[in-house]
Design a protein around this ligand. Structure first.
Ligand code: HEM
Length: 464
């Protein structure tokens, strides 16, 4: 299994941005704007349907969000062009709200030379040849998950998915026994922080969040504990005098462009910037995978049969993952229909061009992997859950950039292989032992937040 399976190649190339010429047009205004609020209400009410409908209005469209103009790109080729062009950087409302809470000096929000240097520091920990070193932890955590569940009992998929995602990221990347206890704290804190961050992003009423309401107090407590935890992890590693070959050592030993050690704040922000995107995204995807196994028992059965034939009935391990073709395709198809990262933004650093339209310097541009990955122009029967569409002979027909859940270009997720490996391993381990049914009170409708996940997925885990 490789992540290439989720980024099919085709002869199409993105429309490379070029210097704007004065006669270039403005992109058309998307339909449905109302006075004063523009498209804001429709976007707030049903963001997924809104983003999915934009391609009807053009390849690049203008949106009015109150007084502000935002641009949206709607075709796979143009999302590739946007992500690959140096004319756009990470910025805009999403990033500003993240920076304010999580720090300005981490890799996910930095730009320019600092970002390049930081990517060089973290990249080795995510390389393909580093993965076998994480195998034992991933296996242990995947099997521990199935052992925690009592046969026939109801599984709270939200907390279980968060827990395993945080434990794997923390134990693999920041190695150390102390992580076992800390991972629990981390997962509770992160769940609260993400909930609050999304609220602050969609309802940006700054002063309201300083009032002593219970939700604000809980958010502040979780955020403070998250930062405290990171300080504790760094301090303990230093006090231990040990330098295992892991991401934390790489961060502690990193040098800036002058060859001087990087500052304490940057070390701190870097740990936060790796743990935060690393947990919510994986946790949401695990929730959707469990939901898919319950909704499509025929694929759950097929995964189980595949795992059994590949492992010969032994516990599934890291070394089996590459051979689990159908399991991997189930993971990719779940990520196509429910991409954890459903919206991405960039800001133009210069006057530039996208799809033949003028984009002014400073403009915010958005696109939705959710909309792109469900578009009938790229996929036959786009809403069907059909893992076999990722068989090599069919995957060839998928247009380039129509399936890029980890993005492309210099901001591409460093963790694509790391994530795909753990997702396949977890899917295989739980499917080998259980089939799933919705339990009473379960609500698997889509909850739109910083990521997409089911509102409250409760499943009964039934032994085969
Ligand atoms: C960036 C998706 C898991 C760390 C990104 C981006 C996407 C993404 C789409 C690019 C954002 C952009 O273009 O603006 C995902 C998905 C995941 C996943 C779908 C799992 C299903 C992880 C994990 C980690 C991680 C497990 C770390 C442990 C990061 C970091 C960045 C990033 C540090 C920022 C990279 C940069 O700006 O240079 N991720 N991610 N991600 N991801 Fe992931």
């Amino acid at each position: 299994m490789t992540v290439e399976s989720v980024s099919p190649q085709s002869p199409q190339s993105p429309a490379t941005p070029a210097a704007p010429s004065p006669e270039l047009r403005e992109p058309p205004l998307a339909g449905g704007a109302v006075p004063v609020l523009g498209h804001g209400l429709r976007l707030a009410r049903d963001p997924l349907a809104f983003m999915s409908g934009l391609r009807e209005h053009g390849d690049v469209v203008r949106l009015k969000l109150g007084p502000k103009t935002v641009y949206a790109v709607t075709t796979p080729a143009l999302t590739g062009a946007l992500a690959l062009s140096p004319d756009f950087k990470i910025d805009g409302p999403l990033w500003e709200s993240l920076e304010g809470l999580l720090g300005k000096e981490g890799v996910a929000t930095a730009n320019g030379p600092r970002h390049r240097r930081q990517r060089r520091t973290i990249q080795p920990a995510f390389r393909l040849d580093a993965l076998p070193g994480y195998g034992p932890v991933m296996e242990e955590e995947a099997h521990a998950l199935t052992e925690r569940w009592q046969p026939g009992s109801t599984v709270d998929c939200t907390s279980e998915s968060f827990r395993v995602a945080v434990r794997i990221a923390a134990r693999c990347l920041l190695r150390g026994e102390y992580m076992d206890e800390r991972a629990e704290r981390l997962s509770t804190d992160l769940a609260t922080v993400f909930r609050g961050m999304y609220r602050r992003m969609v309802i940006p009423l700054g002063p309201l969040y300083r009032l002593p309401f219970p939700a604000n107090r809980e958010f502040n407590r979780a955020l403070a504990d998250l930062h405290l935890l990171v300080d504790e992890i760094v301090a303990e590693r230093r006090a231990s005098g040990q330098k295992p070959d892991d991401l934390l050592t790489a961060l502690l030993e990193a040098k800036d462009d002058n060859g001087d050690p990087i500052g304490e704040q940057e070390i701190h922000d870097q740990v936060v910037a790796i743990l935060t995107p690393g947990s919510e995204t994986v946790a949401s995807t695990i929730m959707w995978l469990l939901q898919v196994l319950a909704e499509h028992p025929e694929h759950a059965e097929k995964v189980r049969t595949e795992v059994e034939s590949v492992t010969g009935g032994r516990p599934v391990g890291f070394e089996h993952v590459r051979s689990l073709t159908h399991t991997n395709n189930v993971v990719v198809e779940a990520m196509r229909l429910r991409p954890a990262v459903w919206i991405l933004t960039r800001r133009a650093v210069t006057d530039t061009v996208l799809g033949g339209y003028r984009i002014p310097a400073g403009a915010d541009i958005v696109y939705s992997p959710y909309a792109i990955q469900r578009d009938g122009r790229s996929y036959a029967r786009p809403l069907d859950f059909d893992p076999d569409r990722w068989l090599p002979e069919r995957a060839r027909d998928v247009p380039k950039y129509a399936m890029s859940p980890f993005s492309v270009g210099n901001r591409k997720c460093p963790s694509d292989h790391f994530s795909m490996t753990q997702l396949s391993l977890i899917t295989a381990a739980v499917s080998a032992k259980y089939r799933f049914e919705q339990a009473g009170g379960s609500d698997d409708t889509t909850r739109v937040g910083i990521t997409l996940r089911p509102h409250d997925l409760l499943l009964r885990a039934i032994p085969w």
